[in-house]
Design a protein around this ligand. Structure first.
Ligand code: G3I
Length: 351
């Protein structure tokens, strides 16, 4: 039993992982990354972000993103883009530019349109991606009902267009975009992305929306408002950077609630960290927690897939950000499967 195969057996469209360019020089890492029995989807952890893709105004660089798209294409894996607009990893020219409303909106429009437009040709010209996914889903199992009745190609590239635009209390985060344009940049970004690639699914993506609460409610309300106004928005990315022993008990019901907006839902950045050192009790709890999270997605029809925020502890972002924490991934530093891996298997198998 392997992760992508099990996800598919549960009528999900993919199980995947984030990856990053420096990691691609590690042959053992790449071997597992390319294993489509575990992963049939990739997300670039850094190289499609604004600082990487438009380091100077109007000067675009897609080298890193292209490398990851090529890696995915070689193995027929689906790409999720990440991301169009985020307040982190912005180049100084954006944060310190002191642009007025109209200028910043045109900058957002140009950035999102150019980024999404760049990948339109490459992703959609790769019939292998489409064929592989449809073959997988149609030939062996059949797509989920709701997916068939929507569009059959739309999912193949999804952009986490808007990342982390809310505070935990559900108010809008004070970013250069919000402070200058109010909420106008949200619509501008989404419309520009849709125009650049009408087939790309557009997501809003945030953390701390795994369980019920003001932030999840705010995201749902925004999605409903956007849909009512005809602004393109297809999905809600629930990041799922979780802590061992603290998976919200409301996760499944909350995923259902988010899906009730009419948007689809995906777990986009899953990892479950702990305070080190690891102990048998923590390992056991983490295994259960992975099971719980997968079960929540499994039981919500419109939860369409799960992405790990890298699969190995060797390249996890956690220790670099939270001192003294780690061991968050299903594979260890040496690329061996941990009990957490089997927690995911158990979640999909439902035993
Ligand atoms: O590129 C520089 C390199 O030149 C330099 O030598 C090196 C020294 O530290 O830093 C490199 O930049 C790092 C970058 O990753 C690329 O490796 C940054 O320091 C580091 O802060 C950055 O971390 C990324 C983080 O986002 C930034 O906020 C993580 O890899 C990435 O996994 C993480 O991902 C985010 C999602 O995009 C959004 N949701 C939360 C998630 C976790 O923070």
């Amino acid at each position: 039993a392997q992760l992508a195969v099990l996800a598919e057996l549960n009528r999900k469209l993919y199980f995947g992982t984030a990856t990053d360019n420096p990691e691609l020089s590690n042959a053992s890492y790449v071997r597992q990354l390319s294993n489509t029995l575990d992963f049939h989807q990739l997300t670039p952890a850094n190289s499609m972000k604004w600082d990487a893709t438009e380091p100077e105004r109007g000067v675009f660089n897609f080298t890193g993103g292209d490398q990851i798209v090529s890696q995915a294409e070689r193995h027929g894996q689906i790409m999720r883009g990440h991301n169009c607009v985020w307040h982190n990893q912005l180049p100084d020219w954006v944060t310190a530019g002191n642009f007025d409303n109209a200028t910043l909106l045109s900058i957002v429009e140009n950035h999102c349109g150019t980024l999404v437009g760049h990948y339109k040709g490459r992703i959609f010209s790769t019939a292998t991606n489409i064929a592989l996914l449809l073959n997988f889903s149609n030939r062996r199992l059949g797509c989920p009902q709701w997916y068939n009745s929507a569009s059959s190609v739309k999912l193949l590239v999804a952009y986490l267009s808007l990342t982390e635009i809310f505070n935990d209390d559900g108010t809008f985060r004070q970013t250069v975009f919000f402070n200058t344009t109010g909420t106008a940049y949200i619509k501008t970004a989404l419309r520009a992305a849709r125009k650049a690639d009408p087939h790309a699914k557009l997501y809003i993506n945030d953390f701390n929306i795994e369980g019920s609460g003001p932030k999840a409610t705010a995201v749902a309300n925004l999605v409903k408002e956007l849909r009512a106004e005809g602004v393109p928005i297809d999905g809600i990315g629930v990041q799922s950077h979780l802590i061992v022993g603290e998976v919200p008990t409301t996760m499944q019901q909350n995923l259902q609630f988010l899906a009730s907006t009419g948007a689809e839902v995906a777990l986009t950045e899953l990892d479950i960290r702990m305070t080190l050192p690891n102990t048998p009790a923590l390992t056991e709890q983490q295994t259960k927690d992975y099971d719980t999270v997968i079960t929540a997605c499994k039981n919500v029809e419109r939860c369409i897939g799960v992405t790990l925020w890298d699969w190995t502890d060797k390249f996890s972002w956690v220790p670099g950000t939270f001192a003294g924490q780690g061991d968050a991934c299903p594979w260890d530093d040496n690329f061996n499967k941990k009990p957490a891996y089997f927690g995911i298997v158990k979640g999909w198998l439902g035993q």
